[in-house]
Write a protein that binds this ligand. Structure first.
Ligand code: AMP
Ligand code: ZN
Length: 114
């Protein structure tokens, strides 16, 4: 998708601190981390929001959560606990309209979120 920041990151056109990638997803460090571990896991496919997920994405979403779990383990936050967050549209604070999942860990989180 032309002009999409995360498509450019997935394509390597814009540099990022990639920690994992495969044929379906890329995981990289958030540029403005909100926790000691803060990754963004994105599908390579341009999907604007999680509300745009369809039946054809069922496997992809499962894959993203399995990748999140493995990365949390590798980065040493799985045991103490971590959070996976997808902000959907403006009221939830979505600023980049290429669906993504935040993986946050390494500190205590409050509930409910603000
Ligand atoms: P959201 O607010 O849920 O749409 O999350 C977008 C996230 O993308 C924010 O946490 C930003 O800090 C992050 N972000 C924006 N630009 C970049 C970039 N070039 N590299 C890494 N993370 C970015
Ligand atoms: Zn995109």
């Amino acid at each position: 998708m032309e002009g999409c920041l995360f498509c450019k990151i997935a394509g390597g056109e814009i540099k990022s601190d990639v920690v994992y990638q495969d044929d379906r997803v890329v995981a990289f460090r958030d540029i403005n981390p909100q926790a000691p571990v803060h990754l963004l896991i994105i599908p390579r496919e341009h999907i604007p929001t999680i509300s745009d997920l369809r039946e054809q994405h069922r496997e992809l979403v499962g894959h993203i959560f399995l990748v999140a779990g493995k990365l949390a383990d590798q980065l040493g936050v799985a045991r103490e606990g971590y959070r996976v967050v997808a902000n959907c549209r403006e009221a939830a604070g979505q600023t980049v309209f290429h669906a993504h999942f935040h993986l946050l860990g390494g500190r205590q989180f409050g509930w409910p979120p603000g």
